[in-house]
Design a protein around this ligand. Structure first.
Ligand SMILES: Cc1cc2nc3c(=O)[nH]c(=O)nc-3n(C[C@H](O)[C@H](O)[C@H](O)COP(=O)(O)O)c2cc1C
Length: 336
């Protein structure tokens, strides 16, 4: 979980409890990723994963014009919070992809997962040669078929229920079909590939883990269930909003980042959703300053409150307790 939640403390706690914790490398420089890997290694000798964003195309032509119009629309929001809109940093367009891949090949970790696209066959083969397992996130059967052809070890099948960004490869607004629900997608993916898959989206309990294992998954991937944990680096107003009855629904929006992502509906989302262009990472970096200012002011109304559809079941308890409860519920479900 990029954006602060999944740093070394949460990953270490999850690994220590017997699950596979991940470090989020997205938005960071390769240098920052490497520093977090060192910190996590110092905290745990256990295997862990690192998640990378596969870079896409920069906004050009009409999309660039839409970014300008959206920035104009957001200017009063930024002024109200006393900040200027952000700019894409030097590493922002490609997310420091080459340097991150080079660093992970030079000093391998157990698993590398990818979202927003699929690396070239050669990159996946390089990871395999160094003993790193690779997992590619897919949101449609077509993406699954293309991913399988590139030769990863695993797929991560992400349903529409999932918190934060949909991993869909093509951010073109017109190209998107309505996103698939997880259970339907698991069946459709199994029909096009025999690769093992991990299920993600809306899973909050051990019974639901049992359900996706019954549907052919080898594991479940959970994000939202860990957001309120003390080890999660999510800012305090975000954690509070997840437990605040004022926030009573989630939806997919491009308002914060220019890519479809699921979050609690707050004022910023409601005001701007209809106007946000399909331009990532330009919109992400434009809103970064005002999201940070909103968090610093303790006000969740202009923050990206990413949450999966099951968010009401997220608890404020240590990550080890979440993992143990999931394991106990899974064991009980399997005895039935
Ligand atoms: C706050 C947040 C940040 C996320 N960041 C990433 C990310 O950086 N990379 C990624 O592959 N998935 C990311 N995800 C999606 C998760 O990998 C996973 O698909 C999702 O959390 C599953 O749905 P759930 O949140 O309902 O459990 C994020 C999810 C959340 C809630």
């Amino acid at each position: 979980m990029a954006g602060g939640a999944s740093g070394p403390p949460l990953a270490a706690a999850v690994c220590g409890a017997g699950a596979l914790g991940f470090l989020a490398a997205g938005y960071k420089t390769a240098e920052a990723m490497t520093a977090e890997i060192a910190e996590l290694r110092a905290a745990t000798g256990l295997p862990f994963g690192v998640n990378l964003f596969v870079p896409g195309e920069a906004a050009e032509g009409a999309a660039a014009g839409q970014v300008g119009a959206y920035r104009d629309r957001l200017a009063p929001e930024a002024a109200r919070l006393g900040v200027a809109l952000g700019e894409v940093p030097p590493h922002g367009l490609d997310d420091d992809w080459d340097a991150k891949v080079a660093a992970l090949l030079a000093d391998p970790v157990a698993v590398v997962s990818f979202t927003f696209g699929c690396p070239d066959r050669g990159v996946l083969a390089d990871f395999r040669a160094r003993g790193t397992a690779t997992a590619v996130t897919v949101t449609t059967p077509e993406e699954a078929e293309r991913a399988a052809a590139a030769g990863p070890d695993l797929l991560i099948v992400q349903g529409v229920e999932a918190g934060a960004h949909q991993g869909r490869w093509d951010n073109d607004a017109e190209a998107g079909t309505e996103p698939y629900g997880l259970l339907a997608l698991l069946g459709l993916v199994r029909a096009v590939t025999t690769l093992p898959y991990v299920a993600a989206g809306g899973i909050m309990t051990g019974e639901q883990v049992a359900a996706v294992l019954a549907a052919g998954a080898v594991a479940a991937q959970l994000g939202t269930a860990f957001l309120r944990c003390p080890e999660s680096g999510a800012p305090a107003p975000y954690k509070a909003a997840l437990a605040d009855a004022r926030y009573d629904r989630t939806r997919l929006t491009r308002a914060f980042s220019g890519r479809p992502a699921r979050g609690l509906v707050n004022g910023f989302l409601a005001r701007n959703d209809a106007y946000a262009p399909a331009a990532y990472p330009e919109v992400h970096y434009a809103t970064a300053t005002l999201r940070r200012a909103s968090a610093a002011a303790g006000d969740p109304e202009a923050m990206a409150l990413w949450a999966g559809q099951g968010w009401r079941l997220a608890r404020d308890e240590p990550a080890a307790a979440v993992v143990k409860r999931l394991a106990d519920e899974l064991a009980a479900a399997r005895e039935d």
